[in-house]
Write a protein that binds this ligand. Structure first.
Ligand code: UD1
Ligand code: UDP
Length: 374
C-alpha cells in the first residue's frame, strides 16, 4: 500500500502545479503521509508560491546558486535527494513536469528503487533543443516512472506510442487548472493590493494591459533581443497601452530586458509577481505575450489570447482551442500579431473565448483517488 509520498519540486511553475496535490494529499492525512521536499532550484520565486498556498515544507535542500549551470542543479539535487531517500524511505516519489529538479527527483528515486509518479506526463515536441533542456528532461522521466498522469488525451497518445503500458497512464487534466481555479475565485472575490510598480487605474480596450513573461533558455541572446525590440516598438506605437513585464530573476533575462526596455513610461519592468497578483493581472489583461509553459495553459481557461514566443510548443491544445498563437521570436511577426489583437476587434474576439483543453480543476482528486487504490 502507498502511504508515505514524497512530493519533490524546486521551481515556481512546479510549485504552482504541485501545491494543489500537496493540499489534496494533506486533506487525506489518515490515508497518506505526504512529505513536501523542495530542492529550491529557485529560491525567492519558489518561496512566493509556498507562501501563497501556505505549504509546509518537510525538507528544503536550498540548492540555488546565482547564475547556476544545469550541471550545478543536477549534482546538488541528486546528492541531497540520495541522503533524504535513505533516511525517510518514501513508498512513492512524485515529480512534476520537465525541470531539472523533476528529472533528478525521478532519477534519484529510481537509484533507490522507489516507484515514481509523474504529474504532467507525455507532453512532447520531439525536438530535443526546444524547449531546452525541458523536452529531454521530461522524456528522461518517462522510462523512470511507474504512474504517468497525462494532462490530455494527446499526451496519453504520445506515451502509448512510446510503448508505455496503457494501465500505467491516466488522463487527469493539468493540476495547474486546479491551482488557477482556486486562485481566480480568490482574486475575483477579494482583489489583491496592486503590486509595486503596476500602473494605476482600470484597463479596458481604450487602455489595454499587455502582460508579458519571458525566460526560456533557447531564447537567450538573439531571441531576447528580438522580443524586446518588438515590445519596444509596440509600446511606442500604442502610447495608451500599458505593457507590464514581471521580469524573471535569471540574470540572462534581467540584463537584456532592462538594457533594451528600461526608460519607457508605458513599459513597466517589475519584480516577479506572487501567484495571486499574477492571476489578478492575467484576469485584467487584454492579452498575454509569453514563452511560458504554464501561461499557455492558464490563458485558455481565462479566455485571454496568448501570443507564444516560441518556435514550437508541447502544448498544441491551446493553439487548437484558438486562444494561443505561435509567433516565435521574430520581432516583425510578434508586432504584426499583437497589432491585430490591438486593432482588429473580430480577430481579438475569435481568440478570447474561454476553453478548458487542459482540464476541469479535478486533476489532483483523480491522482489521489488512483493512489488510494494502488
Ligand atoms: C527553470 C527551469 C525551467 C522553468 C523555469 C521556470 C530547468 C532546466 N529550467 O529555469 O524549465 O521554465 O525554471 O521559471 O529546470 N533565480 C533567482 N531567484 C529565483 C529563481 C531564479 O535568483 O527565485 C536566478 C538565479 O541566478 C538562478 C537563475 O535564475 O541561478 C536560473 O535559475 P534556473 O532554475 O537554473 O533556471 P530557469 O531559467 O529559472
Ligand atoms: N507566474 C507568477 N508570477 C509571475 C509570472 C508567472 O506567478 O510573475 C506564474 C504563472 O501564472 C504560471 C507559472 O508562474 O502558473 C509559470 O512559470 P514560469 O513561466 O516561470 O515557468 P514555465 O511555466 O515556463 O515552466
Amino acid at each position: 500500500m502507498i502511504r508515505r509520498v514524497a512530493l519533490i519540486f524546486g521551481t515556481r511553475p512546479e510549485a504552482i502545479k504541485m501545491a494543489p496535490l500537496c493540499l489534496e494529499l494533506a486533506r487525506r492525512q489518515g490515508r497518506f503521509e505526504p512529505l513536501v521536499w523542495v530542492t529550491a532550484q529557485h529560491r525567492q520565486m519558489l518561496d512566493q508560491v509556498l507562501e501563497a498556498f501556505s505549504l509546509i515544507v518537510n525538507r528544503d535542500f536550498n540548492i540555488m546558486q546565482p547564475g547556476q549551470s544545469l550541471t550545478d542543479v543536477t549534482v546538488h539535487a541528486l546528492r541531497a535527494l540520495e541522503v533524504a531517500f535513505k533516511e525517510d524511505r518514501p513508498d512513492l516519489v512524485i515529480v512534476q513536469g520537465d525541470t531539472t529538479t523533476a528529472m533528478c527527483g525521478a532519477l534519484a528515486a529510481f537509484y533507490q528503487r522507489i516507484p515514481v509518479g509523474h504529474v504532467e506526463a507525455g507532453l512532447r515536441t520531439y525536438n530535443k533543443l526546444a524547449p531546452y533542456p525541458e523536452e529531454s528532461n521530461r522524456r528522461m522521466v518517462t522510462p523512470l516512472a511507474d504512474f504517468h498522469w497525462a494532462p490530455t488525451e494527446r499526451a496519453r497518445q504520445n506515451l502509448l506510442a512510446e510503448r508505455i503500458p496503457d494501465e500505467q497512464i491516466m488522463v487527469t487534466g493539468n493540476t495547474v487548472i486546479d491551482a488557477l481555479a482556486i486562485m481566480v475565485e480568490k482574486v475575483r472575490r477579494e482583489p489583491p493590493p496592486r503590486p509595486a510598480g503596476f500602473p494605476e487605474g482600470t484597463f479596458d480596450e481604450g487602455r489595454p494591459l499587455v502582460l508579458i513573461t519571458g525566460h526560456r533558455r533557447e531564447n537567450f541572446g538573439g531571441g531576447f533581443e528580438e522580443i524586446c525590440r518588438a515590445i519596444g516598438t509596440l509600446a511606442d506605437r500604442y502610447p495608451q497601452g500599458e505593457f507590464v513585464y514581471p521580469v524573471h530573476l535569471n540574470p540572462n533575462v534581467q540584463e537584456p530586458v532592462r538594457r533594451l526596455l528600461g526608460g519607457r513610461t508605458n513599459v513597466h519592468l517589475i519584480e516577479p509577481l506572487e501567484y495571486r497578483p499574477f492571476v489578478w493581472a492575467m484576469d485584467q489583461a487584454h492579452f498575454l505575450l509569453s514563452d511560458s509553459g504554464g501561461v499557455q495553459e492558464e490563458a485558455p481557461f481565462l479566455g485571454k489570447p496568448v501570443l507564444v514566443m516560441r518556435e514550437t510548443t508541447e502544448r498544441p491544445e491551446a493553439i487548437d482551442a484558438g486562444t494561443a498563437r505561435l509567433v516565435g521570436t521574430d520581432a516583425e511577426l510578434i508586432i504584426a500579431e499583437a497589432t491585430r489583437l490591438l486593432d482588429d476587434r473580430a480577430a481579438y474576439e475569435a481568440m478570447s473565448r474561454a476553453h478548458n483543453p487542459f482540464g476541469d480543476g479535478q486533476a489532483c482528486r483523480r491522482i489521489a483517488d488512483a493512489l488510494a487504490q494502488a
